[in-house]
Design a protein around this ligand. Structure first.
Ligand code: CTP
Ligand SMILES: C[C@](O)(CO)[C@H](O)COP(=O)(O)O
Length: 209
């Protein structure tokens, strides 16, 4: 089965304070870390960028550039519409340390329509309101979801269209398959697969590097 990887770098970085996909980490732009990792792994590589940056960002000939949308979910849909693979692998460029092995592991779907990587919650979970603990949440069965995540393209496309028609927005793509009754498998994520969301995450990423 042909596999297409969709790398998401179309965000505004509002929590970070600037378009974080272009900040330098170890001397290269953040999005380049993911791009270099997958370039020879999959048949098709799609890089989603903010529309206004499409012309100025230069990529290797194999990489197809696509203009993203307002929300992450809109950008994923733009990527899927360009993809030709039977399986699509969605990855946030904001996670520069996902290993090549992790990309390969999630892309083996087996009997599932989708597969994600995630890590079990380790700490005790508290519900807090106005600086005071309300209660402790049972963490049994709770996992932190990461990317890359892989899906059958036709199934993911159907879920995206349904979600769009309902005005439903999810924080990851697996959430759409869950909503419409498809089965999503899980493989163990990587503790180093951190997401750069806030400026302090960059300091951690520099230390990890
Ligand atoms: N419209 C969007 C929004 C997000 N992303 C991408 O999705 C990933 C995860 O999103 P997030 O961390 O939320 O990035 P931003 O949207 O840039 O950040 P913020 O939500 O703080 O504005 C990032 O690699 C980001 O570039 C995207 O391609 N298109
Ligand atoms: C998709 C994701 O990386 C999984 O952890 C994440 O949900 C992205 O969005 P968020 O708004 O930063 O949670």
């Amino acid at each position: 089965m042909k596999r297409s990887v969709i790398l998401l770098a179309g965000g505004e970085g509002s929590r970070f304070g600037t378009k974080k996909q272009y900040i330098l980490l170890g001397g290269k732009p953040l999005y380049m870390h993911s791009l270099e990792k997958v370039l020879d792994l999959f048949e098709e590589v799609i890089l989603v960028l903010p529309e206004e940056d499409l012309q100025k960002i230069k990529v290797p000939p194999k990489v197809k550039k696509v203009a993203g949308g307002k929300e992450r979910q809109d950008s994923v849909l733009e990527g899927i519409l360009e993809a030709e693979g039977d399986i699509v692998i969605i990855h946030d460029c904001a996670r520069p340390f996902a290993s090549r092995e992790l990309f390969l592991k999630v892309s083996e779907l087996g009997d599932f329509e989708g597969k994600i990587c995630a890590l079990p919650v380790r700490d005790t979970l508290k519900q807090v309101s106005e600086g005071m603990v309300i209660k402790t949440i049972d963490r049994t069965g709770l996992w932190h979801s990461q990317t890359p995540q892989a899906f059958l393209r036709k199934v993911l496309l159907e879920c995206h269209f349904r979600a769009r028609s309902e005005g439903f927005f999810a924080t990851d793509d697996a959430m759409l398959l869950e909503r419409y009754g498809y089965r999503v498998g899980v493989v163990m994520g990587e503790p180093t697969n951190i997401k750069i969301t806030y400026p302090e995450d960059l300091a951690l990423a520099q230390r990890l590097l």
